[in-house]
Design a protein around this ligand. Structure first.
Ligand code: ADP
Ligand code: ZN
Ligand code: ZN
Length: 702
């Protein structure tokens, strides 16, 4: 039948993981199809979405006697994905060592995969709300930029970048982004901007600000969001709007970096240091790094913004390297002060106190004056473990090498690694002792204790102090996050207890005190990035205090950041006390240079999951041996460390091991990884106990 079809196309499809078929497949069709065309094609017994990739120079070889199967249908009405988008996908697949089709299909909205061409055509016929029909009389006034903002904006206007906007928390970075977006959009009617934030919970605030500014100018449809918190139909709608150029501004999380944006003129990655820009499944891409690559490819400008840049970006913007242009905005808007750091030496405090007396007094005082406080603890649940003091039993997860966390609110023990949950036992399952007790604390307990401690505290509005909690548990329901944030903004909450989720990005106006009650854990982590992450988190948290200079000026005391610590002399805290990111970065970079670690070296991890730890490590060892035996290109510059178990070694009954690769050159590492792929596939076939393996290029957590 297909002999009758004269044309051949190569189509990227998503084949089962690590399939031997490859994922550019030949199909037959009646007439030539442009690269980038979305098609439906048969794959095995199914029919799947595919992207026409190349006009083939010659047909891909097929087993003797097999003719290419015909393309089943074309998604009419959707313009082909442009060459820039296809280059981005191809680069991502190559760089992060994944299959092209997998990356291409994962980059498209899920619903596109499910709809038939007919269903899609119906959807496309629905009239889009015209920009003119929603346009209001006058555009919202944009604020006049401060001197620092104006200088940064002018530099961005007149230089190619990439730019690292190093601006204190509350220095008005978002205003600079909006200014640059406005300029970019005004320059051409087809121009589009992509603005990314690391976390879903920052998107409502971002969208509100951009909508208020740009919807009056370009219509409501011109501003769309793309993140995983949206329903599939919403995502498809945003995606189509961006692809068709109707959407001029796309706001989103890391996935938005793959949006089809034919008119892309500006990319912003806010809080560029944030580890959430790194995808942790499938192709483990860094949306921040891809943003820089994509912008260069597509001739767009790119701004990376942060008060605590990643050491990679800081180094890239140093005079010594000069790859990025660094723009500094040290001052807070309205000459607001950064909060003063107060270190509480827990060695000097009453034993066992969660809240030291001076911190509790400070919180009480602020609440009595009607100010808000933020209390940070990076662990959700009530307590990290239940313990029997008689026999030593602990609430271990039966499936993981981790404890089950005690959640008091629904009396469950839950594993935060595999999700396994069970009811709290009435007595010790090992010895029957009824007196099993929580050890350590999480946000749930903190909220409860603080509410009890503040129960007699009265606000100026003559109501009892209110403590609320915000973490992954309280924000799971749809709309819960927005509702809780609105309560904080409306002043209905006096003390907000939360995980790192509340520390980042939010423009709280009346918080004047931020406290980290147990920050020390990260000081002694084995991960070399732990100090960098802790410093960034605490700086970010501090940045939530005293954001409204006028409000602060009217209060009795300046904003404060409190840290309860057993190590008040630690260098990380000393740098934090001076709000001195550059000094901290310089010291960290000196250590990294000395030790030959990123950004002075490039890393990749190979992870193996297996039924037993021995099997996982045996696969890694065999893969390393095979690479050495084959003398793969790049190997002379790649150091392969021995396989080791992961910190949490067993999750959901699977044993996990990893092997670190390090090289002074990105190119050598890339050459090596590409040559290694077929060997890894071959090894995999020999190791039956292996569950899966994966490569993580530029890993964030070692
Ligand atoms: P950042 O993103 O650096 O934390 P924002 O852009 O959120 O800072 O600015 C902090 C606050 O200051 C916001 O409420 C913002 O509206 C306000 N702001 C920013 N720039 C200006 C300006 N030029 N004039 C007046 N207010 C400003
Ligand atoms: Zn017991
Ligand atoms: Zn578990």
């Amino acid at each position: 039948m297909s002999d009758a079809l004269p044309c051949l196309v190569q189509v990227a499809v998503s084949t089962p993981a690590h399939s031997a078929v490859g994922d550019l497949l030949s199909y037959a069709c009646a007439a030539p199809l442009a690269p980038g065309t979305l098609v439906r094609v048969p794959l095995g017994a199914r029919e799947v979405l595919g992207v026409v990739w190349d006009a083939p120079a010659e047909p891909l070889p097929l087993p003797a006697g097999m003719a290419p199967r015909p393309v089943a249908g074309v998604l009419e009405g959707i313009a082909p994905l442009d060459a820039a988008w296809r280059r981005l996908v191809a680069f991502t697949a190559r760089y992060y060592q994944r299959a092209l089709g997998e990356v291409a299909l994962a980059a498209l909205p899920p619903q596109l995969r499910e709809l038939t061409p007919e269903q899609l055509a119906r959807r496309m016929r629905r009239p889009a709300v015209g920009a003119a029909a929603q346009a209001r009389e006058s555009a919202t006034e944009s604020v006049a930029l401060s001197a620092e903002q104006a200088i940064a904006a002018a530099e961005i206007e007149s230089n190619p970048g990439p730019f690292l906007l190093f601006g204190s928390t509350g220095s008005g970075k978002t205003e600079v982004y909006m200014h640059c977006v406005a300029r970019a959009l005004a320059a051409s009617p087809a121009a589009q901007a992509l603005v990314m934030v690391p976390e879903i919970n920052l998107t409502p605030q971002l969208e509100a600000r951009f909508r208020a500014r740009f919807a009056p100018l370009y219509g409501e449809v011109a501003v769309v969001s793309l993140h995983s918190g949206m329903t599939n139909p919403q995502r498809l709608k945003s995606w189509l709007a961006a692809h068709q150029g109707v959407a001029r501004i796309v706001l989103g999380t890391r996935m938005a970096v793959f949006a089809s944006l034919p008119g892309l003129a500006l990319v912003v990655a806010d809080e560029e240091h944030d580890a959430s820009y790194k995808q942790q499944e499938g192709a483990r891409y860094s949306a921040r790094d891809l943003a820089v690559w994509r912008a260069r490819e597509q001739g767009a400008k790119v701004i990376l913004g942060s008060a605590t840049p990643s050491l990679e970006s800081w180094h890239a913007s140093s005079p010594e390297v000069g790859r990025y242009q660094r723009l500094a905005m040290p001052a807070r808007i309205g000459a607001g002060e950064l909060p003063r750091l107060r270190l509480v030496d827990m060695g000097q405090q009453p034993r066992g106190a969660v809240f030291s007396p001076p911190l509790l007094a400070a919180i009480t005082e602020r609440v009595e004056r009607g100010e808000q406080c933020l209390v940070l603890l990076n662990r959700r649940g009530f307590a990290p473990v239940l313990h029997c003091h008689d026999c030593g039993w602990k609430s271990d997860c039966p499936h993981c090498s981790a404890h089950q966390v005690f959640h008091k609110i629904d009396r469950t023990l839950r594993c935060h690694h595999c999700g396994y949950a069970q009811r709290v036992p009435r007595a010790c399952p090992a010895c029957g002792n009824p007196d099993i007790a929580p050890v350590g604390r999480g946000t749930e307990q903190l909220e409860e204790q603080l509410a009890a401690l503040l129960r007699n505290v009265i606000t100026p509005g003559r109501r009892a102090a209110r403590v609320a909690r915000m973490d992954a548990d309280t924000t799971r329901a749809k709309g819960a996050l927005e509702e809780q944030l609105a309560q904080v903004h409306a002043g209905e909450v006096d003390v907000l207890v939360g995980t790192q989720m509340v520390a980042k990005g939010h423009d709280f106006r009346r918080i004047t005190l931020v406290a980290a009650v147990q920050p020390d854990g990260a000081l002694f982590s084995s991960d070399f990035r732990a100090p960098e992450r802790l410093f960034a988190l605490l700086m970010q948290a501090a940045g939530r205090a005293g954001r409204d200079a006028q409000y602060v000026a009217a209060q009795a005391s300046p904003p404060e950041m409190w840290l309860q610590t057993w190590h008040p002399d630690h260098a990380v805290y000393a740098a934090l006390r001076r709000h001195d990111y550059p000094a901290f970065a310089q010291q960290q970079l000196a250590e990294r240079r000395e030790a030959g670690m990123p950004p002075f070296a490039y890393q990749a991890l190979v992870r193996a999951d297996a039924r037993t730890q021995e099997a996982a490590q045996a696969f890694l060892q065999a893969a390393a041996d095979a690479a050495r035996a084959a003398q793969l290109p790049g190997l002379e510059q790649v150091f392969i460390f021995p396989p080791v178990p992961l910190t949490v070694q067993r999750v959901a009954n699977v044993e996990r091991a990893q092997m670190l690769l390090e090289s002074p050159g990105r190119g050598a590492l890339q050459r090596f990884l590409a040559a290694w792929q077929p060997l890894l596939h071959a090894e995999r076939a020999r190791h039956r106990a292996l569950v899966r393996w994966l490569v993580d290029v530029d890993p964030q957590a070692i």
